[in-house]
Design a protein. Structure first.
Length: 255
């Protein structure tokens, strides 16, 4: 894939043509992300990975994954020898700096211990509460009132842009906080025309987030023997369209 641009004004000894071909992708050009994605994809396929997830499965059932975000790359897998082999392939093709074990990515803090891996979004929560202006809000132990029912036309209309910013910030927080999935899903139904009552519900969720900001998601190195799944249904529980709501949650370990 080539990137073309107009002939630069300072070109000396270059025939004045309509366009020139760049030999190297540069930051700031619209075509640069596409060129980089094409290059890293071809490289991963050559090393045995397969797009779009860039995951390779071995005969033993184990898998390795390369997650690339612009020029930041995360390599995961069960075998350190194989991970180092992937690193050597990448070093041959690109200039790369090995930062060691993953500690922070996309607002998620990764904490390694001898037996576990902990994921925390405490720093993200603090920044979110500061930007929203609820740093000094009083914490609360539950994200919703019991039997909370919200309707589209429940009060005075609130600022749509502001409400959407709050909801989007909370959606990203559900990565490590599965207990926020239902309340965040509930208020996200009213992003088109939010009201003050919807805002109050979102603020209650933020107060709950302030109370649990120090909790972390725990992953143990040993495999669990079974995954526990809890489900419940609220028939005709949606106050806006009277459809039933299904609640589902898998068991996870919290610290």
């Amino acid at each position: 894939m080539g990137i073309y641009g107009p002939t630069p004004w300072f070109s000396i000894g270059i025939e004045q043509v309509g366009s020139v071909r760049l030999k190297k992708s540069l930051y700031g050009l619209k075509q640069a992300p596409r060129a980089w994605n094409s290059k890293i994809t071809h490289g991963c396929v050559r090393w045995g990975f397969w797009p779009p997830s860039l995951t390779v499965h071995c005969s033993s059932g184990m898998f390795w994954k390369v997650q690339c975000n612009v020029d930041d790359m995360v390599i995961t897998g069960p075998d350190l020898v194989a991970i180092n082999k992937v690193k050597s392939h990448i070093l041959e093709a690109f200039e790369m700096k090995d930062l060691g074990n993953l500690h922070y990515i996309f607002g998620i803090e990764v904490i390694h211990t001898s037996d576990d891996i902990l994921l925390s979004q405490r720093h993200y929560v603090l920044n979110m509460l500061y930007n929203i202006g609820m740093t000094d809000s009083r914490p609360i132990s539950t994200p919703l009132d019991k039997n909370q029912k919200l309707r589209p036309d429940s009060g005075e209309v609130y600022n749509e842009t502001r409400f959407r910013q709050i909801v989007r910030s909370l959606i990203y927080l559900t990565i490590t906080r599965s207990d926020l999935s239902y309340p965040v899903r509930l208020i996200s139904h009213f992003m088109q025309r939010p009201t003050v009552k919807h805002l109050q519900c979102a603020q209650r969720i933020l107060r709950y987030v302030s109370d649990i900001k120090d909790r972390r998601l725990l992953y143990r190195y040993e495999l669990a023997e079974q995954l526990v799944d809890y489900t419940d249904a609220d028939w005709a529980g949606d106050a806006s369209d009277r459809v039933h709501v299904l609640y589902r949650k898998c068991a996870c370990c919290m610290e």
